[in-house]
Design a binder for this molecule. Structure first.
Ligand SMILES: C[S@@+](CC[C@H](N)C(=O)[O-])C[C@H]1O[C@@H](n2cnc3c(N)ncnc32)[C@H](O)[C@@H]1O
Length: 246
């Protein structure tokens, strides 16, 4: 092989490895690879993402609370919570009197979330659970709201995951999720708006709304069909109950 060809083959191999492990965060290698990479990446996650608490309050926490009104004490599940972005936002919001369970498959991401919630003493508002989005360890209709942000594309089957999110929502409950709009690097892993709306409709979800949000994502809201009665919020007695899932 000529040195030039050798260099070219090396560059293509490096690009392919970068694409598989970094750009697409292991999605084409399966669930275990995704979780392994998030375990590796956990301590740098917040630093790399640089979420802006102010705009997240304005664009996530406030609209979520507004849509849940008049209920101020909802029980919320945040699937693929990562380093606890949504639970921390809710707990920091003075209007929130409910409870958020943050679930993730990565132990290390949960460790980061846990150290933040301990630091700010948010145990009253937040519990953490280790589990798989594809098989949520909760009964049907358990939550007033279910969130799943920047994560659908990482699950092995987004359609089955959405059905699982809808299953644990109470009738009339609120879904907040995100849809990746930057599709360049993830062929076959992203959903068009009409396709996502079709999947949500098949999951018994109504009032589906797409909102432009971040550079890479739309925000998606939907309501589960059925009653509007609110669940009596019953936060777990202590975090221990939920940590037992880990
Ligand atoms: C890009 S992060 C999003 C975290 C958080 N929602 C946010 O907005 O910052 C994706 C998260 O999905 C989690 N994840 C990937 N596959 C999962 C699965 N099958 N079940 C639960 N969590 C999963 C990863 O561990 C990671 O924490």
């Amino acid at each position: 092989m000529s040195p030039l060809l050798f260099l070219l083959a090396g560059a293509i191999a490096c690009f392919f490895i970068w694409w598989l492990l970094i750009e697409t965060e292991g999605v084409y290698l399966g669930k275990r690879a995704v979780v392994w990479l998030y375990d590796l990446y956990a301590r740098r996650y917040d630093r790399v993402k640089q979420f802006d608490d102010y705009s997240d309050q304005l664009l996530l926490a406030q609209p979520l609370l507004d849509r849940l009104r008049p209920q101020v004490d909802p029980l919320i599940l945040d699937v693929a919570t990562g380093a606890g972005r949504l639970p921390m936002l809710m707990a920091r919001n003075g209007r929130f009197e409910g409870h958020v369970i943050g679930l993730d498959h990565s132990r290390k991401m949960l460790d980061v979330a846990e150290s933040k919630l301990r630091q700010e003493r948010f145990g009253e508002f937040i519990s953490l659970a280790r589990g798989d989005a594809m098989d949520l360890p909760f009964p049907d209709g358990a939550f007033d709201a279910v969130a799943c942000l920047e994560s659908l594309e990482f699950f092995p089957d987004a359609e089955a995951a959405l059905a699982e999110l809808a299953r644990v929502l109470r009738p009339g409950g609120l879904l907040l999720t995100s849809n990746r709009i930057d599709t360049r690097w993830m062929p076959g892993r992203t959903l068009s708006r009409p396709r996502l709306a079709q999947i949500l409709t098949a999951c018994d979800m109504l009032s589906i709304e797409f909102e432009a949000w971040e550079e890479d994502y739309d925000k998606v809201w939907a309501r589960k069909a059925g009653g509007t009665e609110s669940r009596i919020a019953s936060a777990p007695e202590s975090n221990a109950e939920w940590r037992s899932h880990r």
